[in-house]
Design a protein around this ligand. Structure first.
Ligand code: GDP
Ligand code: MG
Length: 180
């Protein structure tokens, strides 16, 4: 039985905690804290109703095909925490980068860091109410993705959808591993 460490990255409010909670077969460990007034001034999120934010990380586990155990680490989305998830990336096989199509630029920090780290990743675009209907090509261009980087649509609240996104990442990890 193999095991792999996978990061789930993306900006605040994009659905990291939701996705890990949706797929995890163990009670997900989540360090949520009510946003302080001070934090609320600097934390910006498209989801106005959001009143908690991840201050450290989310952790979950999912077994794929009864064989491969994925340890999922949700990394803080706020840009000021990016140095922290560089440490979290140590030992990780790859990352699922969540994107909110209403605010593509909010994902640039996370995607840039994955590229800097050389960590292979797949992009999952979460479908929020009011999301503009970009084509896959438009999204790829806007996010400056390499042609072989998987791009999938995902509803983090839906188990099958979230697992499909993780499988797209795993297929990509197998592909890039075979190339070396
Ligand atoms: N429509 C929709 N809402 C989502 C999705 N993922 C998360 N949400 C909602 O968006 C809010 C923020 O999600 P959360 O998981 O806390 O984001 P995080 O900051 O990345 O951990 C929550 O109210 C979720 O219910 C999604 O794929 N689609
Ligand atoms: Mg969270």
């Amino acid at each position: 039985m193999g095991a792999a460490k996978i990061l789930v990255v993306g900006p605040l409010g994009v659905g990291k905690t939701t996705l890990i909670g949706t797929v995890s077969e163990i009670e997900p460990l989540s360090t949520e804290a009510v946003m302080t007034r001070a934090g609320a001034r600097v934390d910006t999120t498209a989801e106005q109703s959001k009143t908690t934010t991840t201050v450290a990380l989310d952790f979950g586990r999912i077994t794929i095909d009864g064989e491969l155990v994925l340890y999922l680490f949700g990394t803080p989305g706020q840009p000021r925490f990016l140095p922290a998830w560089r440490d979290l990336a140590k030992g990780a096989l790859g990352a699922l980068a969540l994107v909110d199509a209403r605010d593509l630029a909010a994902s640039f920090d996370a995607l840039g860091n994955l590229e800097d780290l050389g960590l292979p990743f797949a992009v999952a675009v979460n479908d929020f109410p009011g999301s503009p209907r970009h084509t896959a090509d438009e999204l790829r261009a806007a996010l400056d993705l390499l042609p072989d980087t998987p791009l999938v649509y995902c509803d983090a609240r839906d188990t099958a959808s979230s697992i499909r996104a993780l499988i797209a990442l795993l297929r990509h990890l197998i592909d890039v591993t075979e190339c070396v």
